[in-house]
Write a protein that binds this ligand. Structure first.
Ligand code: GRF
Length: 193
């Protein structure tokens, strides 16, 4: 049985797209059954719907607190019988209660070689620090931001003359490669928290 996966996005959704494409393969151990965006005009929504996947907008702005917003997402995920949650450019902090509910069943992709450069503007900070390497990490989500155990990482060089954009593009290519691989490991039970 394929594991049922829900993806949370806030924007472009290129990692979501990589997961949807990977899941089209017959022997892939997971299927994408639901996409949720907290931003109404996230461009990723169209791609999901175009691929026959239910895509819901749950706007955080419309809820009185983070906990109530998170609970609305939890209700939607459970209604779709989601078993694994994949965060893909989802730009909201999650409440401890939500993280606890999905303990060991929620993963994230972050554009740095964690534990280096948690948080935002990872590429800009890596260039400014004179790093020779950058990369991305898929990790289990724990209550601390960008802190859970890594499942897969990919490394790329920082090249002379790199801007934030050129480095981001080099890393993004690797994100699209390792996120489907990491989800496969989790869905197969080969990576566990
Ligand atoms: C990616 O760089 C991801 O690592 C980070 O946010 C970005 C989202 O891009 N968490 P996309 O929406 O998947 O295109």
């Amino acid at each position: 049985m394929k594991k049922r996966v829900g993806i949370l996005i806030s924007g472009r959704g290129s990692n979501m797209r990589a997961l949807i494409e990977a899941a089209k393969e017959k022997d892939y151990p997971a299927e994408i059954v639901l996409v949720i965006s907290n931003v109404a005009d996230a461009s990723g929504l169209e791609f999901a719907r175009g691929n026959g996947i239910e895509a819901q907008v749950i706007e955080h702005k419309k809820f009185p607190s983070r906990e109530i917003f998170d609970n609305a997402m939890d209700v939607a995920l459970n209604a779709a019988n989601v078993e694994i949650v994949a965060l893909a450019g989802f730009m909201r902090l999650l409440s401890p209660r939500f993280v606890e509910k999905w303990h060991g069943r929620m993963i994230n992709i972050h554009p740095s070689l964690l534990p280096a450069y948690k948080g935002l503007h990872t590429h800009k900070r890596a260039i400014e620090a004179g790093e020779k390497f950058a990369g991305c990490t898929v990790h289990f989500v724990t209550p601390e931001l960008d802190d859970g155990p890594a499942i897969l990482q990919a490394q790329v060089p920082v090249l002379p003359g790199d801007s934030e954009d050129t480095l981001a593009a080099r890393v993004l290519e690797q994100e699209h490669r390792i996120y489907p691989q990491a989800l496969r490991l989790v869905a197969e039970g080969k990576a566990k928290l």
